[in-house]
Write a protein that binds this ligand. Structure first.
Ligand code: PLP
Length: 420
C-alpha cells in the first residue's frame, strides 16, 4: 500500500526531478522520444512479476495465459506494421536483438561487414570494444569523402575481398535513405546474409515515409523506443521461416532468460498507436521538422553533413564556427537544449571531443512542435554556438541564461504528462 514517495523518497525525488527536466528542456537527442501515458501505464503494470520463459503457448512456467495475450498482440501488430511474416518481440534492447541474430546465424570467428562507428554505424555492427568486434572478424565500410554518403562501391569491394557471412545495413547517424536493394545485390554476389538494423528509422518505416528494408533484408532488427515511440527494447523481424526458428532459439534459451512481459505489453500498446492514422501524420511532421531545423542551422552559418536530411536525424558540423562537440553539448545543456556530441565523418577530434553534434526531431515533434518552433530552436542553437565561439569553452553565460528562459517559456506552451 505504501507508495514510492514514502517507501523510497530518494528515488521518488530523482524521478520527479527527471520529469521536471523532461518538461522544461528541449529534447533533441535523435534516439529519444516521449512515450504515451498508456505505454508507461502498461510498462508499470503487474506483468513485471511474471516469469514466462519460452513463447506464447509454449512456456516453461504456469500462469502465462494473460501475458500470452500481450505477447501475441505485440507480435501480430509488429507483423502488420512492418508487413512481414515473423516477429520476435522479446529482445531486451537493440543490442540484444543484434546479438540474437548473430547467435542465430553466425559462428564465432565468422566475417561480418558493417558500417564503422566513425561513419555513423553502431557499436554492435563490429566495433572493436563491442562483443561483435571481438568474437567476429569484423570488416567495416564507411562513407565517401566527397559527399559523406554511404560508400556502396567500397562495400562491394570489401565484400568481394573478405567474403563476409553477413552484411549489416543501418546505423545511428545516417541522415539519408539507405539503398537496401543495392546492399542485397552486393550480399547476393558473395552469398551473404543481409541484416538491416533499422533502430533509428523504424517509426518512419512503419509509417511508410522511409524505405522499407523488406523484401531486401533477410533479417531486420530494431529498437522500439526511438522513432517508433515505444518502451525501451528491441525486436527481430523476418519473412524467412527457417531464420525465424533460429532467431527464437537464439533469444531464448540462447542469450536471454525470462522475457520482460511488462515491456512486451508496452510494446504492444506502442504498436497499436503506430497503426493508427495519426502516426503517419506524426512521422511526416518529424521529417518536415528535421528539415526545417537543418535549413535554419545552415542559414545561421553551420554545416549539416550531406547538406540536409531525409529523415529525423542530422549531424551538425561545427567547424565553420571553430567550436567542439563536447563544449557545444554542455553549453546547449545549460540553455536547456539537450543533444549529444557526435563525431562527423573523418573527424580529426577524439570521440570525447568531436567536431559535431547529432540532432533529431522525434521527441520535439511528439510534444507538438512544428516547423516554426524548430526554426526558432535552430536560431537558439546558433545563438549559443556563437556565444561559445566568442567567449571560449565555458560559453557565454548571459546568452545561455537568456536562451534557457526562452526555451522554458516554449516548453511551458507544449506541456508533457499533464496528469503526472
Ligand atoms: N542499433 C542501432 C542502429 C542503434 O542506434 C542502437 C541504439 O543507439 C542500437 C542498435 C542499440 O540499442 P540499445 O541501446 O537498445 O541496446
Amino acid at each position: 500500500t505504501e507508495g514510492l514517495g514514502t517507501r523510497d523518497p530518494d528515488i521518488a525525488a530523482a524521478t520527479r526531478m527527471e520529469l521536471t527536466r523532461q518538461r522544461s528542456e528541449i529534447e533533441l537527442i535523435a534516439s529519444e522520444n516521449i512515450v504515451s501515458a498508456a505505454v508507461m501505464e502498461a510498462q508499470g503494470g503487474v506483468m513485471t512479476n511474471k516469469y514466462a520463459e519460452g513463447y506464447p503457448g509454449r512456456r516453461y512456467y504456469g500462469g502465462c495465459q494473460y501475458v500470452d495475450i500481450a505477447e501475441n498482440l505485440a507480435i501480430e501488430r509488429a507483423k502488420e506494421l512492418f508487413g512481414c511474416d515473423f516477429a520476435n518481440v522479446q529482445p531486451n534492447s537493440g543490442s540484444q536483438a543484434n546479438q540474437g541474430v548473430f547467435t542465430a546465424l553466425l559462428q564465432p570467428g565468422d566475417t561480418i561487414l558493417g558500417m564503422s562507428l566513425d561513419a555513423g554505424g553502431h557499436l554492435t555492427h563490429g566495433a572493436k570494444p563491442n562483443q561483435s568486434g571481438k568474437w567476429f572478424n569484423a570488416v567495416q565500410y564507411g562513407v565517401r569523402q566527397q559527399d559523406n554518403l554511404i560508400d556502396y562501391d567500397q562495400m562491394a569491394e570489401l565484400a568481394a575481398e573478405h567474403k563476409p557471412k553477413m552484411i549489416i545495413a543501418g546505423g545511428s547517424a545516417i541522415p539519408r535513405h539507405i539503398d537496401f536493394a543495392r546492399i542485397r545485390e552486393i550480399a547476393d554476389s558473395v552469398d551473404a546474409i543481409v541484416l538491416a538494423d533499422v533502430a533509428h528509422f523504424a517509426g518512419l518505416i512503419a509509417a511508410g515515409v522511409y524505405p522499407s528494408p523488406f523484401p531486401h533484408a533477410h533479417v531486420v532488427t530494431t529498437t522500439t523506443h526511438k522513432t517508433l515511440r515505444g518502451p525501451r527494447g528491441g525486436m527481430i523481424l523476418t519473412n524467412d521461416k527457417a531464420n525465424a526458428k533460429k532467431v527464437n532459439s537464439a533469444i531464448f534459451p540462447g542469450i536471454q532468460g525470462g522475457p520482460l512481459m511488462h515491456v512486451i505489453a508496452a510494446k504492444a500498446v506502442a504498436f497499436k498507436e503506430a497503426l493508427e492514422p495519426g502516426f503517419k501524420l506524426y512521422q511526416e511532421q518529424v521529417i518536415r521538422n528535421a528539415q526545417a531545423l537543418a535549413d535554419e542551422l545552415m542559414k545561421g552559418g553551420l554545416d549539416i553533413v550531406t547538406g540536409g536530411t531525409d529523415c529525423h536525424v542530422m549531424l551538425v558540423d561545427l567547424r565553420p564556427k571553430s567550436v567542439k562537440g563536447n563544449a557545444t553539448e554542455e553549453s546547449l545543456g545549460r540553455a536547456h537544449i539537450t543533444c549529444n556530441k557526435n563525431g562527423i565523418p573523418f573527424d580529426s577530434e577524439k570521440p570525447m571531443v568531436t567536431s559535431g553534434i547529432r540532432l533529431g526531431s522525434p521527441a520535439g515533434t511528439t510534444r507538438g512542435f512544428a516547423e516554426e518552433e524548430f526554426r526558432q530552436i535552430a536560431r537558439w542553437i546558433v545563438e549559443v554556438v556563437d556565444g561559445l565561439a566568442a567567449h571560449g569553452a565555458d560559453g557565454n553565460a548571459e546568452v545561455e541564461e537568456k536562451v534557457k528562459s526562452e526555451v522554458e517559456a516554449l516548453c511551458a506552451k507544449f506541456p508533457i504528462y499533464p496528469n503526472l
